[in-house]
Design a protein around this ligand. Sequence first.
Ligand code: 5GP
Length: 194
Amino acid sequence: MAPPRLFVISGPSGVGKSTILRGLLETVSGLRFAVSHTTRPRRAGEVDGRDYHFVSDEEFDRLTAAGAFLEWERVHDHRYGTSRAALDGGAGDLVIEVDVKGAATLREKVPSAVSIFIGPPSFEDLRLRLAGRARESEAEVRRRLRTAEKELPLARDYDHRLVNEDLGPTVEKVAAIVRAARAEAPGGSGDARR
Ligand code: 5GP
């Protein structure tokens, strides 16, 4: 049986990654979401173990010390990590959403990973989307936009770069990347679970 493939998705806050991921998981069969750990508080509608493993700072420290994470980063005041366990076991390919630094680490540790960067049509569009969802304070929106300025140039390091103009076509483009990777002969570049 072919080893599972790992698809790594990144993009600035507000670009629509979570919605795209939901659409992708509904569109492509045999794909699982690798659930990260985070110390950030749960948002309304989020489910522990489905969206994230929500843990305390102490628990995150303990897991870090135990070497449980393949990578972890501090993003906007909280810590987020990909556990080795999240990429282990179970059938099917995996998709994970990480920040740009986490993606760089995963590309290094899992050379067979397929990385996809999702960008906004324009910086102004991103500003409007972040302000429009009214989830963060104005100061927080400004902060996320400053982070986005640093993230957008790093799109060049990804295997694929997409612009999220419209949800449906973007989901279809990501699905096409997954299908194309699956159609390739196993290249011997390794198992996603290393
Ligand atoms: P949010 O709090 O909005 O869910 O996510 C904030 C940021 O953390 C996003 O850029 C997301 O991609 C990133 N993130 C989520 N899980 C992980 C992870 O396991 N590792 C890293 N490095 N970043 C993550």
